[in-house]
Design a protein around this ligand. Structure first.
Ligand SMILES: Nc1ncnc2c1ncn2[C@@H]1O[C@H](COP(=O)(O)OP(=O)(O)O)[C@@H](O)[C@H]1O
Ligand SMILES: [Mg+2]
Length: 217
């Protein structure tokens, strides 16, 4: 089982939105996905209740139980666990960071998000964890100077995962009705972004695993 956590101090960056759509895309690609919602706001627990299906289960877990819950999920044959966290750096977020094979830090292309990302990055560096930035809610269609600057800043801070994710109504509509973007508009641009993102994450995790094996040898 591989575990990824969406983390950043900044609320509104898109952790829950991308976590839910990515979970659906990974499920469609054949993964057995389980979402752990560590945010007291329980956005994804509510998303799951709206969804009303058990195909992508979501559970709120208390952080001290996280290692045990993950061990149980692995035994049950879950292949991908996605952890969503609150937009604040708490002991709970740290527990998610520690448990994850890869942490994803979503950031909008604006200075406040990028500053917050920098702080999250420092925590991840202290914990010696693998992480990547994800630029979310970019203006669609054209590559603006703001996006270019955001890309450069995040690349310099440790690496940006592809693709850029644009601000699209599909993300908001899907989340609202308990779906992923690939379900409400399978041939849409947002669905395409999520398939590309899943493919990039898989490659990135394979790289991390290879490095860990080398280091252990
Ligand atoms: N790519 C996107 N396109 C359009 N709206 C988005 C996108 N990502 C997030 N949003 C919107 O931004 C807001 C914050 O997203 P959310 O996932 O709740 O952030 P977080 O979980 O990081 O606090 C929500 O209203 C959501 O619909
Ligand atoms: Mg959230």
């Amino acid at each position: 089982m591989r575990t990824i956590a969406f983390v950043t101090q900044k609320g509104g960056a898109g952790k829950s939105t991308i976590a839910s759509s990515l979970a659906v895309t990974a499920h469609e690609a054949g993964e057995r996905v389980f979402i752990i919602d560590l945010d007291p706001q329980q956005s994804l627990v509510k998303w799951s209740q709206t969804r009303g299906e058990a195909d992508v289960p979501v559970e709120a877990v208390s952080p001290n139980k996280l290692p045990n819950v993950l061990a149980t999920l692995e035994k049950k044959g879950v292949t991908l666990c996605i952890i969503d966290t609150a937009g604040a750096e708490t002991a709970t977020t740290k527990a998610a960071m520690k448990a994850a094979d890869l942490c994803i830090i979503p950031s909008r292309p604006n200075v406040f998000d990028i500053w917050a990302s920098e702080q999250t990055r420092m925590s991840l560096r202290e914990l010696n964890k693998e992480f990547v930035f994800l630029l979310n809610q970019c203006p669609p269609a054209q590559q603006s100077a703001r996006v270019e600057e955001g890309m450069k800043a995040l690349e310099a801070m440790g690496g940006l995962i592809s693709p850029l994710v644009a601000a699209r109504v599909d993300y908001q509509e899907a989340a609202r009705y308990g779906y992923g973007v690939s379900e409400i508009n399978p041939h849409g641009l947002a669905a395409d972004e999520m398939r590309k993102l899943w493919s990039s994450i898989k490659k990135r995790m394979a790289r991390g695993k290879a490095a860990a094996t080398r280091n252990a040898a």
